[in-house]
Design a protein around this ligand. Structure first.
Ligand code: SF4
Ligand code: SF4
Length: 375
C-alpha cells in the first residue's frame, strides 16, 4: 500500500494481512533454509540464478573472466610485424593517479629526432591500483588491462615491470577480450602502420624480438666475414690476364717471397739492402727453385753474345797512350821489321808496359843496326 506524504510516496507493509496460524511462520523459515541447503549440492554455471554452488575448486578450476575484467596493464605488439603499438605519447603517464608509469621516448640514432616509439616503459605494479585509466586514455590502443591476478610475491622489486615483461601480443589480448579488441582493431592497426613508417631500424619492435634480431644480425655478419676467406681457400682465383704457367718450384719460391713480405709488413722499415728474412724452409725452397730455373734455362736458348768488357776511363786513356808510344817506337825501328812486329804483337795495354816494350824495341833495333854494320 502506498501513502502520499508531503515528502513523497511511502510504501506501507501491512503484515497483518493474511494472518498466519500458529507455527506456520516457523515452517516457512525452515523451507527457505531447506531450499538453500539442497541447492548447495547443485553446480550453478548460470550466475543469473540465485541457488546452487558458485565456488570452484581453485586453483584446479577457474571461473572465466569477463572481457572487461581489469587487473594490471600490459603493452600490446603486433604478431606479424613485431612492432609495438605504443608511440610513447605520455598520455597514460600523465593520467595515472599514483604516477607509476615511466616512459622514455625513442630517438632516431642518426638524426636525434623523436620517433613514435618507446625505448623503455616501466610500470610499478606494486603501486598500481588497477584503475584502468591508462587503458582508457591511450589513443593508440596500446595499453590494455590484463586478466592475470596471481602476482603475489615476497620480492617487491620484482613488481617493477619493464617493457620486456609488459609486452603481450595482440593474439594474446584477442584471446582474453575478443569483443573489446574487435571494436578498436581497425583504427589501432591503421595507426600502427603510420608509426612503423617513421621507425628506423629495430626501434619500436617488441623487446624479445629486438634481442633475437640483433643476435641474428651478429650471426649473419660473422658468416659474411668468414665467407670470402673460405672462398679464397677453396676456389682458385681466376687469372686477370693470361700469364706464364709457373712450375711448382717457382710457385713455392713466389709463395715464400710473399710470406716473407707479409711477415715483414708492419715492422720498422728495413734498409733497402737488408736481406728478406725467410724461414729456413722458405729459404731452402727458394734456393732450390732458383737452381732448377737456371738448369731449365741452360741450353734452352742461345746465350747472348758476350758483351765487350767495359774499361774504366783511366784504363782507356792509359791504353791509348801505350799504343801511341808503341807506334813511335816502331817508327824509330823501321830498320828492324821483326822487332816492330814483335813490339806490336806484344804491346801491352798499360803505359808502363808500353814504355818497357818501346825500350825493348829500340834496343832490338839498335842491336840489329850494329849487327848490320858488322856484316
Ligand atoms: S591502471 Fe591506473 S594506477 Fe595502474 S598504471 Fe594504469 S592508470 Fe596507473
Ligand atoms: S601506452 Fe598509449 S598512452 Fe601510453 S605512451 Fe603508449 S601510446 Fe601513449
Amino acid at each position: 500500500m502506498t501513502t502520499e506524504t508531503q515528502h513523497g510516496s511511502v510504501i506501507v507493509m501491512d503484515r497483518r494481512r493474511g494472518k498466519l496460524r500458529a507455527g506456520q511462520g516457523l515452517l516457512q523459515g525452515l523451507r527457505v533454509v531447506w531450499d538453500h541447503w539442497a541447492g548447495s549440492f547443485r553446480k550453478n554455471d548460470n550466475f543469473s540464478k540465485i541457488h546452487g554452488t558458485f565456488t570452484v575448486e581453485y586453483p584446479e578450476e577457474r571461473l572465466p573472466m569477463p572481457q572487461a575484467y581489469r587487473n594490471m596493464p600490459v603493452l600490446l605488439f603486433d604478431d606479424e610485424s613485431g612492432h609495438e603499438l605504443c608511440t610513447g605519447c605520455y598520455q597514460c603517464q600523465r593520467i595515472c593517479p599514483p604516477q607509476v608509469i615511466h616512459i622514455t621516448q625513442a630517438k632516431d640514432p642518426v638524426t636525434g629526432k623523436m620517433v613514435p616509439a618507446a625505448t623503455e616503459f616501466i610500470i610499478e605494479y606494486d603501486a598500481c591500483m588497477s584503475c584502468g585509466f591508462c587503458a582508457e586514455v591511450c589513443p593508440f590502443d596500446s595499453i590494455k588491462m590484463d586478466h592475470v591476478y596471481e602476482l603475489s610475491t615476497a620480492n617487491r622489486a620484482s613488481l617493477t615491470m619493464r617493457k620486456a615483461q609488459l609486452n603481450r601480443s595482440i593474439s594474446y589480448y584477442t584471446g582474453i577480450a575478443p569483443g573489446l579488441w574487435a571494436e578498436v582493431q581497425a583504427g589501432a592497426m591503421k595507426k600502427l602502420q603510420g608509426s612503423i613508417k617513421r621507425r628506423p631500424d629495430v626501434i619500436g619492435l617488441a623487446a624479445s624480438l629486438t634481442e633475437k634480431i640483433k643476435a641474428r644480425r651478429l650471426e649473419l655478419a660473422a658468416a659474411a666475414a668468414a665467407a670470402p676467406a673460405a672462398a679464397a681457400v677453396s676456389a682458385p682465383a681466376a687469372p686477370a690476364a693470361p700469364a706464364a704457367k709457373l712450375t711448382p718450384e717457382e710457385k713455392a719460391a713466389k709463395l715464400a717471397a710473399m710470406k716473407a713480405a707479409n711477415a715483414n709488413k708492419g715492422a720498422a722499415p728495413a734498409p733497402a739492402e737488408a736481406p728478406v728474412a725467410l724461414s729456413p724452409a722458405d729459404a731452402k725452397a727458394a734456393k732450390l727453385a732458383a737452381i732448377k730455373a737456371a738448369n731449365a734455362n741452360k741450353g734452352a736458348a742461345p746465350a747472348p753474345a758476350e758483351a765487350p768488357v767495359a774499361l774504366s776511363p783511366a784504363d782507356a786513356k792509359a791504353a791509348k797512350l801505350a799504343a801511341i808510344k808503341a807506334a813511335n817506337a816502331a817508327k824509330q825501328a823501321e830498320a828492324a821489321p821483326v822487332s816492330v812486329e814483335t813490339a806490336v804483337a806484344t804491346a801491352p795495354l798499360d803505359a808502363k808496359a808500353a814504355r818497357l816494350a818501346a825500350i825493348k824495341a829500340a834496343n832490338a833495333a839498335k842491336l840489329a843496326a850494329e849487327q848490320g854494320n858488322n856484316e
